[in-house]
Design a protein around this ligand. Sequence first.
Ligand code: ADP
Ligand code: MG
Length: 206
Amino acid sequence: MPIIAIVGNKGGAGKTTLCVNLAAGISREHSIVVIDADPQGSSLQWRAIAGDNVNFPVYAPTFSLREQAKQYAVKNEYILIDCPPSVHASQTTAALEFADLALIPVQPSPVDLWATVHIEKAINEAREANPGLKAMLVINQLEARTTLSKLVREVLSEIALPIADTAIRRRAVFRNSALEGKSVFDIGKRGAEAAAELDSLIREVT
Ligand SMILES: Nc1ncnc2c1ncn2[C@@H]1O[C@H](COP(=O)(O)OP(=O)(O)O)[C@@H](O)[C@H]1O
Ligand SMILES: [Mg+2]
């Protein structure tokens, strides 16, 4: 029962977008639950709109994230945790102490790239209690032709964390599908390219 914590040190990197779309993709073949540990509650809001469009639950965090995850793990193959936008938040720290994998979306923008240094530190600290913790950076909102997007892998290579081979492009369909309470897997041809990227990322993380 792999537990994947989606973490970051800034809002807007794409944690919630990755979380709900990854969950939707994984749910096609596996039982999965999402815990929305971000007080913003965006994954919960998306789930409320989604209704019958999706077949996995999104839960609010309870008093102990670890106990909650342990309980869901009895009957589910995957647990995804959408964490708050700070590595210092108690829910992020708690999730990193028992997760199998920390997935870290990063935008190709200088401010986001600078923030990843703190994430590397937080991962290393969490490994003292959770030595098996794996971590992976995922480039999100890539714009193929911009200079920054071309440089992003080079810049990120200074961080001692692996980078997913799959980068997620900036695509309007991520916003539009959320508006409809759907994932990119549920909107047919319009979501095909985004869904293919997600599938490729799912192969890397499952
Ligand atoms: N790959 C993408 N392409 C286009 N828009 C995206 C992409 N990823 C995220 N977004 C948009 O960027 C904004 C921030 O994403 P969100 O997932 O809410 O980030 P976080 O949860 O890290 O704060 C949202 O409006 C979302 O729809
Ligand atoms: Mg969010």
